[in-house]
Design a protein around this ligand. Sequence first.
Ligand code: SF4
Ligand code: SF4
Length: 331
Amino acid sequence: MNLLNLFKKKKSYICELMNNHLHFSCRNALEPCCSANVGPAFVSDLSNRESINDFVKEKMKYIKMLKDGEIPSNCKNCVHLKPFEKTTDFRINKITLNHYTQCNCACIYCTQGNRTFEKIKEDENKPVLFDVLKFINELYDNDLIDKQKLYIDFQGGNISCLKNHEEIINTFLHRGVGTIYIPTNNIVYLPVIEKLLVSKKGELCTALDSGYKETYLKIKQVDKFDKSIDNLKRYISAAGNDSIIIKYIIVNGYNDNLDEFKMFMDKMIELNVKIIVVDIDYRDIIDGAFTIPKHYYDIVHYAEQTCKEHHMDLGIPPYTKSVLERGYSIK
Ligand code: SF4
Ligand code: SF4
């Protein structure tokens, strides 16, 4: 062994997600992130968890490891690792709630589709994997939350199937929160979403993916196109259109044609929706070796033109943008 290596100073790192994020996962664990790497668990079994002090101790242990140049095995090669910078604020400013796995539709591209999702009836509530509220209240009690910045991201299944969604949302509103992001299939109208939108604390995002109900049925596997549109109308008339995001995920062989997309855009104009996101089915992006067909560009081009004409915002997620720019996806 080269003796000099013994005295070489190890590089120090920092991970913002490790410092300030919390992910309540469907693996029953509490983790810093839900990135592809999935970092170390701060608490490995929340249904049988240790005290809040144990969580803080564990978290600070990993932060120190990074500072000392010891990268936890789950974090190796992660893009979120950055050169060390001194920071003193370790309060939580983002919480992802991924502790439930039920949904009342079955999108063919759902990440959870082939794993834990159970297709359930529209009005049926299933129990969650574990109780997040007790832990969240303790975080507030111990001043471990940055209330101004706190961003809540409901992932998991669909929020209408989460038994205590209303109680969770009301707890955040009562104890202090910046923004609550609600991805929803919008099949069930929820007064608490309307309340959030009216209070300007919420963002609703729904993937409609279609202009015709027949296409919706093929993609979502439930016949709820009209219901979803009606619910959108209700939210917009109660709270305006500032915080409502409608997605069109281009799914190969299902909705990847200009006629469908034009119909979708006509509906959005009629509903006075102001924020559109165009994306590509992640399976084509992540699985790799997918050459973007010309008609995908026609759809994106039509989206750009129509949004400009009607003063709508168009979002294209960064990774999708880079795939569109290079013309193909790689694994
Ligand atoms: S370095 Fe990556 S894997 Fe590790 S905690 Fe941060 S985001 Fe997660
Ligand atoms: S609405 Fe969301 S959670 Fe439900 S099946 Fe579709 S992608 Fe999955």
